[in-house]
Design a protein around this ligand. Sequence first.
Ligand SMILES: Cc1ncc(COP(=O)(O)O)c(C=O)c1O
Length: 412
Amino acid sequence: MAHTRNPEGTDRPRTRSIDVEKARSDTPGCERVVHLNNAGASLPTRAVLEAMIGHLELEALTGGYEAADLEAPRLDRYADAAAELIGASPDEIAFSENATRAWNAVFWALALGQRWQPGDRVVCSRAEYASNYLGFLQARRLLGIEIVVAPTDEAGALDIEGLRASIDDRTRLVALTHVPTHGGLVNPVAEAGVVCRSAGVPYLLDACQSIGQLPVDVEAIGCDALAVPGRKFLRGPRGTGFLYVRRELAEAVEPIGLDYHSADWTAPDRYELRAGARRFEQFETSQAAKLGLGVAIDYLLDLGIDAVAERIDMLATGLRARLGALARVELTDTGHVRSGIVTCRVDGADHAELKTILRSRGFNTSVASAPSALLDMGARGLDTLLRASVHYYNTDDELDRFAEALEGAIRG
Ligand SMILES: Cc1ncc(COP(=O)(O)O)c(C=O)c1O
């Protein structure tokens, strides 16, 4: 069995099965809801909750800065844990309040810091999330860049040869989404990494929906930067995330919007950027949330991402089989490889209404709508989809009950 070292220096087995009962008893929310909105925000563990509440209490009783001094080593744990999870170094990790902020920090550091010119190009995929595409559009409006959407293959995944053909000497960045918000697709991001490396173009990956449910290893993928939220499959608190920036790239770019943490004011007319990815961070942020993120990633490291991915795959496959058997339900997931995000269209139904009915019966789902992924949903003629996203703490029994509840809600 393969092993990694955990922070205490003991062996951490990489492959083992999940103790679902324990995972559920560690998760207070499991007693109350059938949570199938993990692509929105997962249920945190009790340990995450207690770490955050404990720190808020400490701040109230001793002072915010004093509490941070007392907890200093634990507050930075998120960076070591994140680095271990994705195969990076802690100096390549920066805290971020969400994935979009992390993504924008790198995108604009490249666009403005490297002074992109009219006619420079960004290559992306059709699965791009709205927030990222808004960045492309804004750079097009402000800087005159061109946006190139690499083709998809017959299964709806990024076409690798198409990506290769989309890159030319005007390409300044390849920015891709690993797993989109609106379906089970898993893009071939490691193959894309090979293409980017051979073209010598920086590669920014949106790992928003893949981190915590699939192995994400920056060396295996070959990306130069990675944007991650804490609240989704990592099971961290809302308002958290992190940014990975490869050391060479971090040292070569200038983040936009500095503060007295990302840079030092060394003389009245001079400043020096902080070393490594920390130049992308800002000083003020929720310390309790940061602490919670570290606890959440440690919990995942103890479980092992391979075991998590295996269980999610098993549950998602089972959920697709259950939903596919229901009248009026059409599964809409694409790709050669599928994630734990299961989407469907229910003929003649209002998906938002279905979601509300399901919630009133104790089942959390969500609705993906076209403006969240306009290129792909638009091309496929999709307006809204019902999205049920599983995590390892879900059970077959929950999925049986969910399928039954959905059938009942459809019948009305
Ligand atoms: C694929 C994808 N990228 C980016 C984001 C944005 O993440 P955040 O809300 O943390 O900025 C989301 C949010 O759902 C997403 O699904």
